[in-house]
Design a protein. Structure first.
Length: 144
């Protein structure tokens, strides 16, 4: 039960932060990405505001074996850049730039309706369904 409460509070705080910061406004996000046009630098403060508490959280977790909910922390990711990370990052960034939403804000945008968020979520689910078969094919090509 404690884990569900922590997840609900964390998700609510995350969603409220997205809403207050403007990350659910596609025009604001696309303005942030338009560095050679009508660039809107305000989301840099959102990114900075997210990094600072995360640094504190990372520092706190180095001294603990388990989370507040009692579950062990996951292993640190491999620091090497691989083809999966590069290709996934490019696709994620391209989708974010074209639509102006990434998964968190897209889900938050469903709360006020509109077809744009629904289409994005459906496309995201479709991408999730085809990701594993495509990844296996890329891995096979990379090994050859």
């Amino acid at each position: 039960m404690q884990r569900i409460v922590i997840a609900a509070l964390s998700g609510g705080l995350f969603g409220a932060g997205l809403l207050v910061s403007g990350m659910t406004d596609t025009t604001k996000v696309q303005g942030w990405l338009d560095v050679f046009g009508a660039w809107d630098p305000t989301l840099a403060f959102v990114l900075g505001g997210a990094i600072l508490p995360m640094l504190v959280a990372w520092h706190m977790t180095t001294k603990r074996a388990v989370s507040l909910a009692g579950t062990p922390f996951p292993n640190r990711p491999d620091p090497r850049l691989g083809h999966n990370l590069v290709i996934g990052s490019v696709l994620f960034g391209a989708g974010w730039g074209l639509v102006g939403l990434c998964p968190g804000p897209a889900i938050a945008s469903l709360s006020w309706g509109g077809t744009g968020g629904i289409v994005f979520i459906l496309a995201m689910i479709g991408g999730m369904l085809v990701a594993q078969p495509i990844r296996l094919q890329i891995d096979r090509l990379a090994a050859a």
